[in-house]
Design a protein. Structure first.
Lengths: 346, 243, 589
């Protein structure tokens, strides 16, 4: 085979793989803390990407209003669940987080959106919007059933995916969008050309891996999040608010998803439903990592990207078939490694 | 002076079944109080409800504060701590991390003192501070669970069956430590099946049967009560010694 | 026949609906769709609700059924009636191939695996040339009886609903049988079921195939109803929808599948026709509402609508009285106490670097009660797991009646007459005490799945239930025989586990903390029962923390500490053993 083609495929695979790695990391993070298998991760990607793309054309994306609407529902839930023990501090917090925050983001978006808005501002707005949606998604859909089985959470997760994807069509339409590149720098090394965009992809992926590793290994908040994952009741008994842990995890995951989306939307056209497939590929990586290991997830993600690049070259029709079949042997190996004696605690 | 923990006329139900019926109890400062009774009498249920894990009907106050509106995390912050029956350690984290998380609700500076205090109380934990909690022996896990609870500098420590599944010889160790806690100014509410050991160490005791307190008083008097001796101190612990 | 009455009424009503004058054809189409969805959901009820294997990929099996008949009838002109068995066969074979991998997946890897192959198959359907790629295959001939062609929705209606009713009856029969109990036990994990001889991978594969064949049947009907097949209805979205139907109806209930299909199909229709009026012409709005409803449903009624409904209807399930005069052949017992029943010779188990059981040797003779004591984490439960084949020993030998069992799976060990209970009770909480205990007699029955679907297993079944009832009587729980196991107190559940173990007709009974949670009087009754069993020729090995109970009951005691045996002897000797006092008991007793 042609070495140049191989290098191109490899580069393409690694760039995509890095994105999958970011998503895989977010999935591991969310699963570790909340036991939710985050199928709607793909929607965070499309919401981030397409909100950014719409802002770049000077339009206000519908996601800004969605954040406000979800905030209102979250506010209602907060008050309802605390109805027997309402006090001023609690209400103040609920008003600040559930109403003031998304409303401020929404108004800011309306105020700043325009055809001449700088890229950095658009990115910040898109991230804020998606972060708010992520936070409220946990509050509304998962917090009330946080104690149930992984399976129930998984089904709820699929429900969220359906709803968010449907809303995506409403907000962004059936047409695909592309966003402006973050930078137009380009480096050439031999036959390969590295765009600023792809360098940003590599850099951010590495930065996130290191940051997550430091956060979970060394900070008290990170340890508290881990503790929540290991033993929910134990965490509550030392005074860790597990609901807050879940919200933080979702906030981080939605941010990572949105960043991934903003990184790829200048490279490929994204549609309202593209996120699902992209998310699932991050997923394959996360599962190879056993839903616990960050480094293994990152390596696996690169592998998925490369396999995908090569199979799209050699058997483009069966690209998805190959990538999704790849997961089965991994799942089998993972299952064989699972403990023979069942977890004694139900 | 009012009691540190006061529980009055508490009812706790699982669905339609009332597991605890109209129970009242008090724990004063610097006091070890024990609740003894057979398995299934409702002791664990009562402790869990006082901690806020289960909902209850009735009035509970802690350090003069009505606890009705407080959730578990608030109660921890107020100085109430529970070492549950299953210990609920962070199994895949090491001893030090477990202890550090025990001090989650108190300022960092105070936490350093807590570490020293806990390591003095349980030197074994210091030796094993880098070991994963899940790989500790049963006795060490109990020590870690108590240590983690003490890290938050609680005013009242509630212990649910600390002797469960431990070698009688370790049980002796655990009970000696409980005695030392009182000297350090921590009150203890102890739920035990091992009535003999519990009554020896406690100031006051309640006897629980089928969700109700059938007897209460000074631990010494309870221990010499005919009925208690027959039901709880006789057959059941024949093989074990005085601790 | 009173239990069959509601079914007959339901069948009659369904049969009459198309005959009602002025019935809008649109309603009949809706009912056709409900029936098609109910078939797939019924398979999911068995697979997910009963067997605990969540599949997001059932739609793909409909695809196998539909495409098989589509290709054969259009390209080769095969008659639809001939393709029916072939469609079912192809779905079944696909299920075997996917199932062999899927049923071995652990925990949440399993649903994830079904998502993966569900998507992969969808892309495969839409890329293969001979399946017509994304356009699919059209011009499929209608099903015909003689010259009567089922062209209208009103005629295929009967084919669909006859299929639904027959499938429902067969499924209910299957669940109420020896195989059915094995399937129902799967959801609570494989260890308990395997301890009584259930071949769990095979049972899982069986339900997997069963569900796939039902989906294939639905696919075949769908192809001849629509007269066309394309990939969309067999994609991941549809797979999710089927699961949704099962959950809405009540994932553990056969009729829940029909009810769920009714609710969801009608709801979807309503949403599709009215939402655009409310919110303007946007498409896909029903997906949004759908997703939100799914999340709300899980929060408000996680067990579905069917159980909610039946709890409010005056339906009484008939109490089953087992005829205890029927008996099963019993095992031959050793006449004397000299025979060594169980022997451990330097049994060792390491987990990574930790040695849980360290070269432990001891034996249990016939007609003997041996107690295993030691602190938590001393390796007592691990020893039990080594003996019963749940874990494989790292080294050393374990033999039962001279037969080496250290590498035998649990299903083989139980055949030798070793039955056990568990430290953490492993009963199926939504099965009655009788049904739970009958699982213990699994190996003493022989009827298979097909026999039970057609009710050819009744004689065998009656003997198994009689044995179960007898053992329940023996442990003194006859009053609770029809209660759900989950409603008993923990202490009583432990006793149920003993009855279940007794159904094996064991030589050796392994009891893991049988007295925990029992009151004083109950402990004494339990001790009396165990003595009586010993005198009847059974041996008992038990783990227990209550020293009073152990010292009073055991003939011999083995003491473990940190995985190592530190002493062995009579209760009197153990009480005085300095090593045991130092490591375990503390100051002399």
């Amino acid at each position: 085979m042609n070495t140049t083609i191989m290098l191109f495929l490899l580069q393409d695979g690694i760039t995509n793989g890095a994105i999958y790695a970011l998503l895989g990391l977010a999935l591991v993070l969310v699963f570790a803390v909340t036991r939710v298998i985050l199928i709607p991760q793909g929607e965070f990607v499309t919401y981030g990407a397409l909100s950014y793309a719409m802002l770049a054309t000077g339009q206000v994306p519908g996601t800004a209003k969605l954040a406000v609407a979800m905030g209102l529902v979250a506010f209602g839930l907060d008050l309802f669940f605390a109805r027997k023990s309402l006090h001023a501090r609690l209400i103040a917090r609920a008003v600040a987080v559930d109403i003031v925050f998304p409303l401020a983001v929404c108004l800011l978006t309306y105020a700043l959106a325009g055809p001449k808005t700088p890229i950095a501002v658009n990115i910040a707005l898109a991230l804020l919007i998606v972060a708010a949606i992520g936070l409220f998604l946990y509050r509304i859909a998962f917090q009330p059933i946080a104690h149930t089985s992984v399976l129930v959470l998984l089904i709820a997760s699929v429900g969220c995916h359906l709803a968010l994807q449907g809303l995506g069509l409403v907000f962004f339409g059936a047409e695909g969008l592309r966003g402006p590149a973050l930078s137009n720098v380009a480096l050439t090394a031999g036959a390969l050309r590295f765009t600023g965009q792809s360098l940003a992809v590599y850099g951010l992926t590495i930065a996130f891996i290191v940051a997550l590793w430091l956060f979970f290994g060394y900070s008290l908040t990170g340890k508290a999040l881990r503790a929540t994952a290991v033993n929910r009741l134990g965490a509550r008994l030392v005074g860790i608010r597990t609901t807050l842990s879940g919200q933080i995890a979702f906030l981080l995951a939605s941010l990572i998803g949105a960043i991934s989306g903003i990184l790829i939307v200048p490279i490929t056209t994204l549609y309202y439903d593209t996120g699902f497939l992209i998310g699932l590929k991050g997923f394959i990586a996360a599962i190879i990592g056993g839903l616990v290991s960050y480094p293994l997830t990152a390596v696996a993600a690169i592998l998925v990207g490369v396999v995908e690049a090569f199979s799209s070259f050699y058997a483009s029709n069966f690209k998805e078939v190959i990538v999704f079949t790849l997961i089965l042997p991994v799942l089998v190996l993972r299952s064989l490694a699972a403990p023979a004696v069942e977890e004694e605690k139900d | 002076m009012s009691a540190l923990l006061s529980v009055s006329d508490v009812h706790i139900a699982y669905g339609k079944v009332e597991a605890v019926r109209g129970v009242s109890l008090e724990v004063n400062e610097n006091e070890i109080v024990t609740i003894i009774g057979a398995n299934g009498a409702g002791k664990t249920t009562l402790l869990n409800a006082v901690m806020g894990i289960l909902p209850l009907k009735g009035r509970t106050t802690f350090a003069g504060q009505d606890m009705a509106t407080l959730d578990i995390e608030d109660r921890v912050a107020a100085g109430l701590s529970l070492v549950p029956e299953h210990r609920e350690l962070f199994a895949t984290m090491n001893v030090e991390d477990n202890l550090q998380l025990g001090a989650f609700r108190i300022p960092k500076a105070t936490a350093a003192n807590s570490f020293e205090r806990v390591y003095n109380l349980f030197p074994r934990l210091k030796e094993r501070r880098k070991q994963l909690a899940g790989t500790l022996s049963g006795g060490e896990q109990q020590m870690l669970a108590m240590g983690r609870a003490l890290m938050g500098a609680p005013k009242l420590l509630m212990l649910d069956e600390p002797s469960l599944g431990l070698a009688p010889i370790i049980v002796a160790d655990i009970f000696r430590t409980i005695g030392e806690l009182r000297a350090a100014g921590v009150s203890v509410l102890l739920v035990e099946q091992n009535a003999q050991a519990a009554l020896q160490i406690a100031d006051r005791a309640y006897v629980m049967e089928l969700g109700e307190f059938v007897l209460s008083g000074a631990a010494r008097d309870i221990a010499s009560n005919q009925r208690v001796a027959a039901s709880y101190l006789g057959f059941q612990h024949e093989g074990e010694s005085a601790v | 026949m009173t239990q069959r009455l509601p079914l007959v009424i339901f069948a009659l009503v369904m049969a009459l609906i198309p005959l009602v004058p002025g019935m809008p054809p649109f309603w009949i189409v809706l009912l056709d769709n409900i029936g098609l969805a109910a078939l797939v959901a019924m398979g999911l009820v068995l697979l997910t609700g009963v067997g605990g294997l969540t599949s997001f990929g059932q739609a793909a099996f409909c695809g196998f059924g539909a495409y098989t008949t589509a290709v054969l009838t259009t390209a080769y002109g095969v008659s639809p009636w001939l393709t029916l068995p072939l469609s079912l066969l192809v779905s079944g074979i696909a299920a075997v191939l996917l199932g062999i991998v899927t049923v071995r997946l652990f925990g949440h890897y399993l649903p994830l695996g079904t998502i993966a192959w569900g998507i992969a198959l969808f892309y495969l359907f839409s890329k293969l040339e001979f399946l017509g790629r994304n356009d699919g295959i059209s011009g499929i001939p209608p099903v015909a009886i003689g010259s009567y062609e089922m062209l209208s929705p009103g005629t295929i209606y009967y084919a669909i609903w006859i299929a639904v009713l027959i499938s429902a009856v067969l499924t209910l029969n299957l669940l109420d049988s020896r195989t059915g109990r094995a399937i129902r036990a799967l959801r609570r994990g494989h260890i308990a079921a395997e301890a009584f001889g259930v071949q769990t991978p095979r049972a899982k594969l069986l339900v997997f195939i069963y569900a796939a064949v039902l989906a294939g049947l639905s696919g075949w009907l769908y192809a001849h109803f629509q007269r066309a097949a394309n990939p969309t209805p067999f994609g991941p979205q549809a797979g999710i929808e089927y699961l949704f139907i099962a959950v809405v109806g009540g994932a553990g209930y056969v009729w829940g599948a029909v009810l769920g299909a009714g609710i969801v199909v009608i709801l979807k229709e309503v949403l599709q026709s009215y939402l655009p009026y409310i919110f303007g012409g946007q498409s896909q709005l029903e997906t949004i509402v759908f997703g939100i409803l799914l999340v709300m449903l899980l929060q408000l009624a996680p067990s579905g609508v069917w159980p909610w409904l039946t709890a409010r209807l005056p339906l009484k399930t008939a109490r089953r009285t087992a005829d205890t005069s029927l008996t099963l052949p019993a095992r031959e017992r050793a006449p004397s106490t000299s025979a060594v029943l169980l022997q451990l010779d330097k049994a060792r188990k390491q987990f990574g670097g930790v040695t849980a059981v360290n070269d432990v040797s001891f034996d249990v003779k016939a007609r003997e009660i041996v107690a295993l004591i030691g602190p938590n984490g001393a390796g007592k439960s691990t020893t039990f797991n080594l003996i019963t084949g749940v874990l494989t020993a790292t080294s050393g030998a374990i033999s039962v009646l001279g037969r080496k069992v250290e590498n035998a799976p649990p299903q083989e060990v139980v055949k030798l007459g070793v039955a056990r209970t568990f430290q953490h009770v492993k009963l199926v909480p939504d099965m009655t005490v009788l049904e739970n205990v009958a699982i213990g007699a699994h190996l003493r029955g022989a009827s298979g799945a097909v026999a039970s679907m057609f009710r050819l297993d009744r004689a065998d079944e009656a003997r198994l239930l009689a044995e179960a009832a007898r053992q329940i009587e023996r442990v003194g729980l006859t009053d609770q025989i029809d209660q759900l196991a989950g409603s008993l107190s923990l202490g009583q559940q432990r006793i149920v586990e003993i009855a279940r173990a007794l159904c094996v007709d064991p030589m050796l009974l392994l009891l893991d903390e049988p007295a925990a949670g029992l009151r004083h009087m109950e402990k004494q009754r339990l001790a009396a029962l165990l003595r009586q069993l010993r005198d009847g020729g059974m041996s008992v090995l038990l783990v227990e923390h209550d020293m009073g109970f152990v010292m009073d009951l055991a003939d011999r005691i083995v003491v473990l500490d940190f995985g190592t045996k530190i002493a062995e002897g009579t209760p009197a000797a153990i009480k005085k053993n300095p090593e045991v006092i130092k490591a375990y008991l503390g100051a002399a007793a």
